[in-house]
Design a protein around this ligand. Sequence first.
Ligand code: HPA
Ligand code: ZN
Length: 333
Amino acid sequence: GVPDQFLRELPKCEHHVHIEGTLEAEQLFQFANRNNISLPEGFPATIEDLKAKYNFANLQEFLDLYYIGASVIVTEEDFYELAFAYFKKAASQGVVHAEIFFDPQSHTSRDVSIVTVVSGLTRACKEAEKKFSITTKLIMCLLRHTAPSECSKTIESAKKYIKDGTIAGLGLDSSEKGFPPSLFVECYEVAKKYNADLRLTAHAGEEGPASYVIEALDLLKVERIDHGIRVADDDKLLERLAEEKIMLTICPLSNVKLQVVDKTADLPLQKLLDYGVPFSINSDDPAYFGGYILDNFYQLSKEYPQWGFFTWGQIVKNSINGSWCDAKRKEDL
Ligand code: HPA
Ligand code: ZN
């Protein structure tokens, strides 16, 4: 193993964090109160009762709570505060570059405009870059449980932000099984047409099969895969990922909390290293899954004691290389 201090000080890049998933229970009630949002019948009344609900049998059980949580985020200031608090926490854990996901549809469906969402997030990015000397990017995700035609509308509503680079990347999240990447080919094509520099990723192979990872690569033309742990079932695919340097954004505590695996030691991480498949270590929805990025690093260090300084150094190098910051910034990191 390696000392905790070494893990703390590693220059970390976060590529997989849903900003709505950084909403702490305390903030959830605070935002609900100040926005006069009434939470649904039977919703826990206290912070303690709410936190006691953070046990999930699968992705869907989590998402059901996550979307209720997202419903209290309303104003530009809310989005700003939420993201700024995340950047502050991340910087304190050694994050030097953070790419954050956001789900515009979980807001526009409540008549919160994409302008409100993006303005608040962008302001937080700028402020955090100044205050914490980090770099940031925004990745807009499409909700795959909604109709592709709805996702197309989201792309249209985000057109100017895609064109001017405010939105640096496009992703795909929410309920995976039964919603294959193939449904979203047109969405990805249209978005890429608006800006050839738009970066592409997609959640695949979290609960869904390895074949969804292949679809995401071949049909959506993504350059990165979020989660992707199911690729361990397919040796040919592992070889391809290594060859094409497709990075997986791994979220260990998430995978345990959503019961995708029993324990982080069951993740195929050693297999990824042995095949030379690059991956980064991320927090996904840290407010709900019991830890931010450094907690994920600590957990892996405990369960992979065979990883020494060299292996950790390799993981961190891969995650810098797989980042969507410019080449000069990568050099500096
Ligand atoms: N998977 C899919 N969708 C999500 C997740 C996740 O882990 N977190 C937030 N939306
Ligand atoms: Zn995710």
